[in-house]
Design a binder for this molecule. Structure first.
Ligand code: GDP
Ligand code: MN
Length: 382
């Protein structure tokens, strides 16, 4: 799960990493109130999980609470590279002397955490790595001995961190590594980590990814998740325990089993269409799961046609067919739905649909023909 900047900063603060004082707000009035409490001069920052917010106009300086309100009014509701801004983070403005880059991530190849540090922060770090690799110091950490202070000093020296920032940067690196381990994170990135004109080292941005598989060890992550799944379909899927990823096409995809869903996406692309989502109702899914999944899909108005691709193993196709009929009755939709059933009891399943399904349901025999049909129907609908 990727966290928002404001969530990352709150976690940083709990681990002692200095961050500017700030508050989240979801309305312009809220931003004004936050600015009144935080300090007169603030930065209003769009909370979306995509980089380059500054360039996109999602980060603005405000000299007063009323100006903070006006800037928040502009930023809330903005679309930043496909991400709707539902919240801003209002924080005390910083006077920047230097911008650095610091991160801890996993190097799966080396099977170790990797700490990276650069004196060229605030910019796209991939660019630095490509054009000026020496400016990015890298160090693998033995997870058993942990990250040692001398390693932090080595990194700071090799990254060319300025003398006056040395102590602060070394301390933050240690704290960042500790937070990374304690929170079962996959990534912790600070870009920029700044040296202020007053000589303090603070994290001005925060990018944190935590491991969903470790949720059971961190009950408080449930709260963070509340805010991260604000997309209505994603939230609905989450609540109902189906795996759902939103994509930007118009052919809704529903399959049972991640492998099957992935190949369905490929086949839809091959047929010239664009998948609207990735929805896996689960390998051993019962008819009920299929119905639940269908509800999630039908609540997305970008979906113009639906491709239901079920391979019956433990799941019996006749049960799925019955489930589909029940769902369609309840949901009362006219959306074109193309169904391909294969595997256990597939003939029986197809017969049930042929006899009793409403006219918007089409049964196809193969995955390719089903995909072609779904793509064609989506095109006709737009
Ligand atoms: P990103 O563009 O999405 O990565 O957002 P960041 O939080 O990294 O901010 C982008 C840039 O905005 C930073 O590199 C800074 O140069 C600038 N910025 C952000 N906050 C402040 C601030 O409080 N004061 C000043 N002077 N610049 C800021
Ligand atoms: Mn940044």
């Amino acid at each position: 799960m990727d966290l928002f900047e404001y969530q990352g900063k709150q976690l940083f603060a709990q681990h002692g990493i200095p961050v500017p004082d700030g508050e989240p707000a979801t309305t312009p009035e809220g931003a004004r109130g936050a600015a009144e409490r935080v300090g007169d001069r603030v930065v209003v920052k769009a909370q979306v999980q995509v980089g380059g917010r500054g360039k996109a106009g999602g980060i603005k300086l405000a000299e007063s609470p009323s100006e903070a309100q006006a800037r928040a009014e502009e930023i809330l509701g903005m679309d930043i590279r496909g991400h709707l801004v539902r919240r801003v983070w209002v924080e005390r403005a910083s006077e920047i002397e230097r911008e650095y880059y610091a991160s801890v991530t996993f190097d799966r190849g080396a099977k170790r955490p990797l700490v990276m540090l650069s004196s060229r922060g605030g910019v796209d770090i991939e660019e630095v790595a490509a054009n000026d690799p020496d400016a990015l110091a890298r160090l693998h950490v033995d997870p058993l001995t942990g990250f040692q202070p001398h390693q932090a000093r080595w990194l700071a020296f090799h990254a060319g961190i300025h003398t006056e920032a040395m102590k602060g940067v070394v301390r933050v690196l240690g704290q960042l590594y500790d937070a990374f381990i304690e929170l079962d994170a996959m990534l912790m990135e600070i870009n920029p980590l700044i040296l202020t004109t007053a000589g303090e080292v603070i994290a001005l941005d925060a990018k944190v990814t935590v491991d969903n598989n470790a949720f059971y060890r961190h009950p408080r992550f449930a709260e963070l998740r509340e805010a991260t799944t604000e997309d209505p379909q994603e939230r609905m899927a989450e609540e109902r325990g189906v795996t759902y990823v939103k994509l930007d096409g118009d052919v809704g995809i529903l399959g049972n089993g991640a492998g099957l869903v992935m190949s369905t996406l490929d086949v839809v692309a091959l047929a010239g269409g664009r998948p609207a989502n990735f929805l896996d109702a689960g390998g051993g899914s019962k008819a009920d799961d299929v119905v639940t999944a269908l509800e999630v899909l039908l609540s997305d108005d970008k979906v113009k046609s639906l491709l239901v691709n079920i391979f019956g193993g433990i799941t019996r196709c006749d049960e799925v067919a019955e489930g589909l009929l029940t769902a369609l009755e309840e949901l009362d939709t006219t959306l074109p739905i193309v169904v391909r059933l294969d595997g256990t009891n597939d003939e029986e399943g197809r017969r049930i649909l042929a006899e009793r399904a409403p006219p918007n349901v089409v049964v196809e025999a193969t995955m390719l023909s089903a995909a072609e049909r779904a793509v064609q129907l989506a095109k006709e609908a737009t």
